[in-house]
Design a protein around this ligand. Structure first.
Ligand code: PMP
Length: 286
């Protein structure tokens, strides 16, 4: 079965979807996006994803082309039209098609695109053994809270990780932890889970929020505060979190073992809480 996508009001096979070359998404990377994990055909934390989409649209001064009810219906429609119980829904809104000029065009309709593919979560081996990561300077722009489709910095950084045989690149700006190329980062030091605060230097991760809610509800010691680079490099545990990585332990950083070189006790507890939470939410949705 061919993958069915949505483009500007219509569903069609992926191969049929076309946009004009003057789309500002193509010319300028002028647009925003979301990625929503789907478990057993239920979108996970959809209202939160739609709230973040609104934040991104507000930040780039683009009117939301749909209401939350319309986005919700569309998300369920795209899931229904695609195979697989677990999917990953991708949606993107760009400023539309106009003659190339940096300033915003007047009276142009945004381009709205949505697709859904198979959800690939970490393998059992990755969950149980952890993954390698490297470090780099965060040289991206100063609006990392916006889920912009302009991802050149993230792509370049991610490729340095790939080139080094690593799964992610942990980023530091001015001596402090920000996030990774496509995930948020947590560290554990002396039994306390540390998370950098949400600000303009990091994407407000949906998984980040779930993790903090779970640790708060389950009495896991934690603090949200700036995390100096040195603290990351001497941490007992490092995790990356995202909608597709879920919660994943980093067991080597720049080739050196993190803590004991295997996923730590706090990771194992929170990974389990996350899996239980997912199952509970999905049962309620069913
Ligand atoms: N930071 C960046 C730069 C990302 O690309 C992602 C993945 N979308 C995240 C953090 C994690 O966000 P979420 O938990 O919402 O997937």
């Amino acid at each position: 079965m061919s993958e069915i996508v949505y483009l500007n009001g219509e569903f069609m096979p992926l191969e049929k979807a076309r946009i004009p070359v003057l789309d500002r998404g193509f010319i300028f990377g002028d647009g925003v996006y979301e990625v929503i994990p789907v478990y057993s055909r239920h979108p996970f934390r959809l209202p939160e994803h739609l709230r973040r989409l609104q934040h991104s649209l507000d930040a780039i001064r683009l009117a939301n082309p749909m209401t939350d009810a319309e986005w919700t219906k569309l998300t369920h429609d795209i899931i229904a039209r695609n195979p697989g119980e677990d999917q990953s829904v991708y949606l993107q809104v760009t400023r539309g098609v106009a003659r190339r000029d940096h300033a915003f065009p007047a009276g142009v309709k945004p381009t709205v695109f949505m697709m859904s593919g198979p959800l690939s979560v970490p393998s059992r081996e990755q969950v149980e053994g952890g993954v390698p990561a490297i470090t780099a300077t965060d040289y991206r722009w100063l609006k990392c809270d916006v889920k912009s489709i302009s991802l050149l910095g993230n792509c370049l950084l991610r490729q340095t990780a790939m080139d080094a045989g690593a799964v992610e690149v942990v980023l530091f700006r001015d001596g402090y932890l920000t996030e990774a190329s496509a995930s948020n980062v947590f560290v554990v030091k002396n039994g306390v889970l540390l998370a950098p605060p949400k600000n303009h230097l990091v994407l407000p991760g949906i998984t980040y929020d779930v993790v903090l809610e779970l640790v708060a509800a389950n009495g896991v010691p934690h603090a949200v505060r700036e995390v100096p680079e040195q603290e990351v490099k001497t941490a007992d545990e490092i995790w990356v979190t995202s909608s597709t990585k879920e919660v994943l332990a980093v067991t080597t950083l720049d080739g050196k073992a993190v803590g004991a070189g295997k996923p730590g006790a706090v990771f194992r507890r929170v990974h389990q809480l996350y899996q239980e939470f997912k199952r509970k939410v999905m049962r309620q949705a069913a």
